[in-house]
Design a protein around this ligand. Structure first.
Ligand SMILES: C[S@@+](CC[C@H](N)C(=O)[O-])C[C@H]1O[C@@H](n2cnc3c(N)ncnc32)[C@H](O)[C@@H]1O
Length: 218
């Protein structure tokens, strides 16, 4: 992933956000040393953002699509009340096993329910309503994930979508990669979707926040 925010600014933002816990730093370090694609891990600034969003929306049920090492799941769990719950979906057994180990030794083990398998199939089995959804799995399926969760969102619910700037590649209309095209089309669709209101934040690799509009009021 190409860094969009200049390194010094990224470092300043990190230094002026609440510090990462020792356990989260250790998880990140171990992921770098032992898992493939450690750049997929969202990291401390996005982690703190997710934690604050979960906390401020008073979410009780969170859905995550794309667990990887469990970093963002644990970050969101920190924003939940003690009777809150997060269901996190991961298709890779290897990543799920890594995440499970770290979840088990965290203070949030009783709140995190990790489901292994294709996320779209898992979502079909979940009634919701979800107070907060974090979409962060395969980019070509973002539209499908969005459609699968939109009607399962609680009235005050939020969806956060990661990597919507995709290292800036979404600006390149000639970039032929399936991921880039899917993200660019998703972003274009979303900006004009009258069912929702959204804002794209230029945090890290782009994080888009979405809420459903009430058909009666707006
Ligand atoms: C970007 S990583 C998630 C990072 C994590 N949310 C974080 O911030 O630390 C994306 C993850 O989605 C998983 N994934 C990809 N396609 C999937 C699918 N169809 N169903 C479930 N998980 C999937 C990948 O195996 C990978 O672990």
């Amino acid at each position: 992933m190409r860094q969009l925010v200049p390194e010094l600014i990224e470092r300043y933002a990190l230094d002026h956000s609440s510090p990462e816990s020792a356990a989260m730093a250790a998880l990140q370090q171990e992921a770098k040393e032992s898992l493939s694609s450690p750049g997929m891990l969202s990291g401390p600034v996005v982690g703190r953002l997710l934690e604050l969003l979960v906390w401020s929306t008073r979410a009780k049920l969170v859905l995550e699509i794309g667990t990887y090492a469990g970093y963002s799941a644990l970050a969101m769990a920190a924003g939940l009340p003690d009777d809150g719950r997060i269901i996190t979906c991961e298709r890779s057994d290897e990543y799920a096993e890594f995440a499970r180990r770290h979840i088990a030794t965290s203070p949030y083990a009783h709140m995190v329910d990790l489901r292994v398998g294709p996320a779209l199939e898992t979502i079909q089995t979940l009634p919701g309503p979800f107070d907060f959804v974090f979409i962060d799995a395969d980019k070509v399926s973002y539209r499908a994930y969005y459609e699968a969760v939109l009607n399962k969102l609680s009235p005050q619910g939020l969806i956060a979508v990661d990597n919507t700037l995709w290292s800036g590649r979404v600006l390149d209309e000639r970039d032929p990669s399936a991921d880039t095209r899917a993200l660019a089309e998703f972003n274009d669709m979303l900006a004009h979707d009258e069912r929702v209101g959204c804002v794209m934040l230029t945090v890290r690799d782009g994080v888009t926040l979405i809420r459903r509009r009430s058909a009666l009021r707006e």
